[in-house]
Design a protein around this ligand. Structure first.
Ligand code: SF4
Length: 329
């Protein structure tokens, strides 16, 4: 199916085995274009009814099992691997394997890696099936390949909120296969090692160093601005896999002990528009997905900080102890 391989046969097998009559389908944003085609195939081949989740979905932290409870016999969640959470309905996680030639990007990446021998391989769920091929290429080019499983992640896999698979890996540099800068930034900040991105979507490779420097300057400015805040909103996600209410309560206590005001705000979606009514709040701390504060910083007019950044703003932690926010299950 286009650039992604979705294993429809596995869904059909599961439906027949469970004798399921109503099926929920949940796709992340990049795969929603396939929703009606998958639904039609299921309905035609099994006679089951399908309900497509139309809500935004960005990760396995955001499975629509609670919303679909009592509505479906089986929920199929595409594009992510499961997290160690309890679900309200049976969930079939179906990975979507991206089909693209990785050679142009990897060849360019090899140039960046020429001075390094031990390479840590890292990627995201939709490219895990390419790891063996990538390992062979690196070995043929004289590299030693190092990979590890993480807490709740597979070998060589990172999530935007979980970099445990690269913790303490004895490598000279990391090679990240995939697009975007958020994951490579997390690898850089977690390890302080060189990180090269092999971006097979754009057929290019890049060193993440300059981006990391620029991002750190932006974070420093946000933290500095938040030091002047008298009133904080501490945002908690109502999504099961992002909910850190205990952390939010403890941050509220810390803020109040500094003589400032803090209010916990529980939200499902977090957008600048939904925060507009809270005009009197000066800065926000996001205990939901760590990507919101970093990736979306520019669309919010007030400082939005990660929990660790709040501690720096309140002088509870030093700037040189900066770490990426992670959600470990
Ligand atoms: S919390 Fe954010 S980074 Fe973590 S899995 Fe969910 S969407 Fe991805």
């Amino acid at each position: 199916m286009s650039s992604y391989h979705l294993d429809i046969q596995e869904i059909l097998k599961k439906i027949r085995k469970m004798d399921a009559h109503t099926i929920g389908l949940q796709f992340p944003e990049g795969l929603k274009m396939y929703a009606t085609s998958v639904a039609r195939q299921i309905e035609e081949k099994t006679g089951a009814d399908v309900i497509i989740s139309g809500d935004p979905c960005y990760g396995a932290c955001d499975v629509s099992d609670t919303v679909m409870d009592n509505l479906v016999d089986l929920l199929v969640h595409f594009g992510h691997t499961p997290l160690p959470l309890e679900y309200d309905v049976p969930v079939l996680f179906l990975e979507a394997e991206f089909q693209l030639d990785i050679m142009p990007a990897v060849n360019e990446a090899l140039d960046y890696l020429k001075d390094y021998k031990k390479i840590g391989l890292v990627t995201t769920t939709q490219h895990l099936h390419l790891i063996d091929e990538l390992t062979d290429i690196l070995r043929k080019n004289g590299k030693e390949v190092v990979m590890s499983e993480g807490k709740g992640t597979q070998k060589a896999q990172v999530l935007g909120c979980n970099f445990s698979s690269i913790e303490n890996l004895p490598v000279d540099a990391f090679l990240f296969l995939g697009s975007g800068n958020f994951h490579p930034l997390g690898i850089k900040l977690s390890t302080d090692k060189p990180v090269i991105v092999a971006d097979q979507y754009h057929n290019e490779a890049r060193d993440i160093d300059k981006f990391a420097d620029r991002m750190m300057r932006i974070r420093f400015a946000k933290i500095t601005k938040a030091r002047e805040a008298g009133k904080f909103g501490v945002i908690v996600s109502s999504k099961k896999g992002q909910n850190r209410m205990e952390l939010a309560q403890s941050l509220k206590d810390i803020i109040q002990r500094e003589g400032k005001q803090a209010f916990i705000i529980l939200m499902n979606q977090i957008t600048p528009e939904l925060l507009v009514p809270y005009r009197d709040i000066d800065a926000y701390v996001i205990t939901a997905c760590p990507r919101i504060a970093i990736d979306d910083a520019n669309i919010y007019d007030k400082s939005i900080l990660t929990p660790d950044e709040l501690l720096i703003a309140l002088d509870k932690r030093k700037w040189d102890e900066y770490v990426m926010d992670e959600i470990r299950y």
